[in-house]
Write a protein that binds this ligand. Structure first.
Ligand SMILES: Cc1ncc(COP(=O)(O)O)c(C=O)c1O
Length: 425
């Protein structure tokens, strides 16, 4: 059995919906992104309820960058979620989705960015990235005679390699004191972000370092001014993905014999699962650190989080059709990997591909599925779940792949496929 966590139950869910997907392929055509609202609802509820059970009320600001599909943003808002945006483009989408509260994060904000932010200042909290941003926002808000709500992004030892962002934690107290001098700013927050966490360890260590810094460098009166602590995104979900055992380092320089070895099924274990703590473990440890170390120091602060991938990872499925079969072991689909924007499945991750026309959850054969772009660097996967020999015209599904795929799609050679909302009927 496939070692991906919860493989069987999720594959059986796909089997139950096989007819629905095949009908969509017939009626609407392929390639398509299928948007799955129920997945987004489940992921949002799992995240918020894990923190609630752990005793922390955390406000979710979904990171729009992970999947900006307007239907997904609408679902989040309907669920009571807020949105985290990083550009004026994303801000417009968030406003259109009806978000009541928005966080604006991201480097090198321009005067134009701040104009749109200030047009909507009652809904927006700005996470600043530099002294230049602080001064510019203060000046522009003063000109409009309004007060802009903001905080600053900090970088600690846990954000190694992310030094282009924010300010070093050692500069937080000076930054805070400078910001307090501007009557046009309500400077009241601290933000950090750490990507790709398979366990809560880095959150706990960042929070502990922050607590130590706040205790040593701020007076109580100063600390009482903090209204929010935003602990960013980076909570890795139990993704419907794995790594190839024969490419653990995710090299783009595969030895030329790799394909032959795949076809001969020479690799003993084809894939290696990605192990991630369940969200309950993240919530329990983060919550406990917030309660014991942070809450006593900044008692007026609310807690915010910006999960992206965790919410969107299963929000979309790709529906494709096999157009050509070559030598019985290579298939070319009508959709290219411009749908995901890069060589995600060629070199980096394995995702199960199901032949909906000949469904099986147990029989996975070596079979290379390419896309239709005019380049060999256009590959969906090296294995295929199929009950029989794949045939031209068969419909394929790559399920649960919504994070940083649709958001990275490109008009390279082909048009970007339309999105079909599964909730529309
Ligand atoms: C500031 C910020 N918040 C949230 C996220 C979302 O991260 P993830 O999708 O890993 O949860 C990112 C991603 O890079 C980010 O830069």
């Amino acid at each position: 059995m496939n070692p991906i966590p919860h493989f069987k139950e999720r594959a059986l869910t796909i089997e139950k919906r096989k007819k629905e997907f095949l009908n969509i392929a017939e009626k609407t055509g392929t390639p398509l992104y299928l948007y799955d609202k129920a997945e987004v609802q489940n992921n949002y509820r799992a995240f918020t309820s894990a923190f609630k059970k752990a005793g922390t009320d955390i406000q979710v600001f979904y990171a729009v960058k992970s999947n900006f599909y307007p239907g997904l943003l609408k679902t989040l808002v309907e669920e009571g979620g807020n949105l985290d945006v990083s550009s004026d483009r994303e801000l417009r989408l968030a406003l259109k989705a009806g978000a009541k509260k928005i966080i604006y994060t991201g480097p090198a904000k321009t005067e134009k960015d701040f104009e749109l932010i200030l047009d909507n200042y009652k809904k927006i909290t700005v996470n600043l990235e530099s002294e230049r941003e602080l001064e510019l926002l203060a000046k522009m808000a003063a000109k409009r005679k309004i007060v802009a709500r903001c905080g600053v992004r900090i970088v600690t030892a846990m954000q190694a390699g992310w030094t282009k962002f924010g300010i070093p934690i050692e500069k937080l107290a000076d930054f805070f004191r400078k910001a307090q001098k501007y009557p046009s700013l309500n400077f009241c927050g601290i933000h950090f972000h750490i990507s790709f966490n398979h366990s809560p360890e880095k959150y706990v260590r960042t929070l502990s370092e922050l607590a130590h810094y706040l205790f040593s460098n701020f007076t109580k009166e100063e600390r009482d001014k903090f209204e929010y602590l935003d602990i960013g995104g980076g909570y890795y979900p139990e993704h419907f993905m794995a790594r190839y055992s024969w490419n653990p380092d995710q090299t783009t320089n595969l030895p030329p014999e790799t394909l032959d070895r795949v076809f001969e099924d020479k690799f003993e274990s084809r894939i290696v699962p990605i192990c991630t703590d369940p969200i309950e473990v993240f919530a329990a440890q983060i919550s406990s650190t917030l309660k014991t170390k942070i809450r006593p120091l900044i008692p007026n602060a609310e807690f915010y989080a910006e999960p992206g991938r965790f919410i969107s990872h299963s929000s979309m499925h790709f529906l494709l059709r096999l157009m050509d079969i070559k030598e019985g072991r290579i298939g070319i689909t009508d959709g290219g990997t411009n749908l995901v924007g890069w060589e995600l499945f060629q070199f980096y991750y394995y995702a199960p591909i199901f032949n909906l026309s000949q469904f099986s959850v147990t029989r996975e054969i070596p079979f290379v599925t390419y896309g239709s772009l005019c380049t060999p660097e256009d590959l969906w996967g090296y294995y295929l779940y199929t009950a029989g020999k794949p045939k031209e015209g068969d419909v394929l599904l790559i399920p649960y792949q919504g994070a940083y795929t649709y958001a990275l799609c490109q008009t390279f050679i082909k048009e970007i496929a339309p999105v079909y909302d599964l909730d529309q009927n």
